[in-house]
Design a protein around this ligand. Sequence first.
Ligand code: MG
Length: 181
Amino acid sequence: MLVLLDRDGVINVDRPDAVKSLDEFRFIEGSLEAIARLTHAGYRLAVVTNQSVVGRGLLSEEGLQQIHDYLVHAAAHAGGIIERVYYCPDHPDRPTQRRKPAPGMVLEALADFEAEAACTPMIGDALRDLQAAHAAGCPYYLVRTGVGEAALVAGLPDEIVPRAICSNLSEAVQHWLQNPL
Ligand SMILES: [Mg+2]
């Protein structure tokens, strides 16, 4: 049983200019508790995040690793286990199949965890998170934090149907735990 989480705008506060250092990394209220709740419910967790900040030369891979080490440790401190952080460093102008909305990273995670797409939810704040999950055959949640509200205002394409639209990660986790597939 696996749950996939986007990072910026879901777990931590997104920034228009991207999170470029550990100093700029701030948890969204309640996100660590929500992660811990999934762990306690028996779910394995992986983060699936685009980090073009690397491809654009604004943050080194080492700097990104430092942020992810902090994320994993803070989650552990709260009682949550994030087993893997999949990130895609691609520059937006030169995307590979790993960069969301393409499903590469999601498929990689499903294979690594030997998880079935149909019962592995992805929780994201951007349309491209939902599109990546959709293309991989996963159910998905849209949260209103991050760019979620803007994605709703812009309108979701007809084929993109989230299981639920939730205020934040806590609410999405609550929904999944009460209505798993
Ligand atoms: Mg995001």
